[in-house]
Design a protein around this ligand. Structure first.
Ligand code: DC
Length: 220
C-alpha cells in the first residue's frame, strides 16, 4: 500500500489540502486529529480532563471511537453517535490537545491508525504521522504557515459557521496549542528528517493544493 504522511501545526490548511490531494490521487484521506478530538469530547462529556489519570480512565472497554466513510468523507462516531460536528468547537480543540499528551491515549489510537494504513492507499494527516505512526511512509510532507496566517484562516472558518469568536482569542489559542503540541514529552510535533517542508503562509488554497499534489507525484 502507498502511504503518505502530512504533518504540521493546527490551521496550516492541512485537512482541506490533504483531502483534495487524496481525492486527486485516488487515495483515502485520514484526518487523525479527528480521532484525538473524539477522545477529547468523550473526556469532556465525562468531566474528566483534570489530570492524566482521569483522562486515562475514559479509555474503558465501553469507549468506542469509530471512523466511518460516507461518500468518501470521514465521519467520527463516539459510542455510536455521529460527533463529526461536535468535535469542531474551540472547547473540543483544547480537549483534544490535552488528551493527545497522554501516552495511553496515543497508544489507544496508534493501532487504529496503523491498521488503516496497512489496508489502504492513504494520505494521513496529523502531528506524528511521519515520525511515529508511519516512519516508512512513501512520501512525508511537513505543512506549515505562520501563526498569524493560520489564526486568520481558522477565525474565518469559525465565523462562517456562525461562531462568535474574537481573532485575538483564536490567535492566542493557536499559539498555546502550538506550544503544547511541540513541547509535550510524547510524540511532539516536529518535522521528520526526511519530510519535505511546505510553507503556505503566502500562497492561497488552490496554489497550496497544486503544490502538494505536485510534491507527492514527484516523490512517490
Ligand atoms: O489537527 P487537529 O487540530 O484536529 O488536532 C487536534 C489535536 O490533536 C491537536 O491538539 C494535536 C493533536 N493531534 C496529535 O497529537 N497527533 C495527531 N496525529 C493529530 C492530532
Amino acid at each position: 500500500m502507498i502511504n503518505i504522511a502530512i504533518d504540521g501545526p493546527a490551521g496550516a490548511g492541512k485537512s482541506t489540502i490533504a483531502r483534495k490531494a487524496a481525492s486527486e490521487l485516488g487515495f483515502i484521506y485520514i484526518d487523525t486529529g479527528a480521532l484525538y478530538r473524539t477522545v477529547g469530547v468523550a473526556a469532556m462529556r465525562q468531566n474528566k480532563l483534570g489530570s492524566d489519570s482521569e483522562i486515562e480512565s475514559v479509555l474503558t472497554d465501553e469507549l468506542s471511537v469509530e471512523l466511518r466513510f460516507s461518500d468518501g468523507i470521514q465521519k467520527m462516531y463516539l459510542n455510536g453517535e455521529d460527533v463529526s460536528e461536535a468535535i469542531r468547537t474551540p472547547e473540543a480543540s483544547m480537549a483534544a490537545s490535552k488528551v493527545s499528551a497522554v501516552p495511553a491515549v496515543r497508544a489507544y489510537l496508534f493501532d487504529l491508525q496503523k491498521r488503516i494504513a496497512k489496508e489502504n492507499n492513504c494520505l494521513m494527516d496529523g502531528r506524528d504521522i511521519g515520525t511515529v505512526v508511519l516512519p516508512d511512509a512513501d512520501v512525508k510532507i511537513f505543512l506549515t504557515a505562520s501563526p498569524e496566517a493560520r489564526a486568520k484562516r481558522r477565525y474565518k472558518e469559525l465565523v462562517e459557521k456562525g461562531s462568535d469568536v474574537k481573532y485575538e482569542d483564536v490567535l492566542s489559542d493557536m499559539i498555546k496549542r502550538d506550544y503544547d503540541d511541540s513541547h509535550r514529552a510524547i510524540a511532539p510535533l516536529k518535522q521528520a528528517e526526511d519530510a519535505i517542508l511546505v510553507d503556505t503562509s503566502d500562497i492561497g488554497l488552490e496554489e497550496s493544493i497544486a503544490l502538494i499534489i505536485r510534491t507527492i507525484k514527484e516523490n512517490i
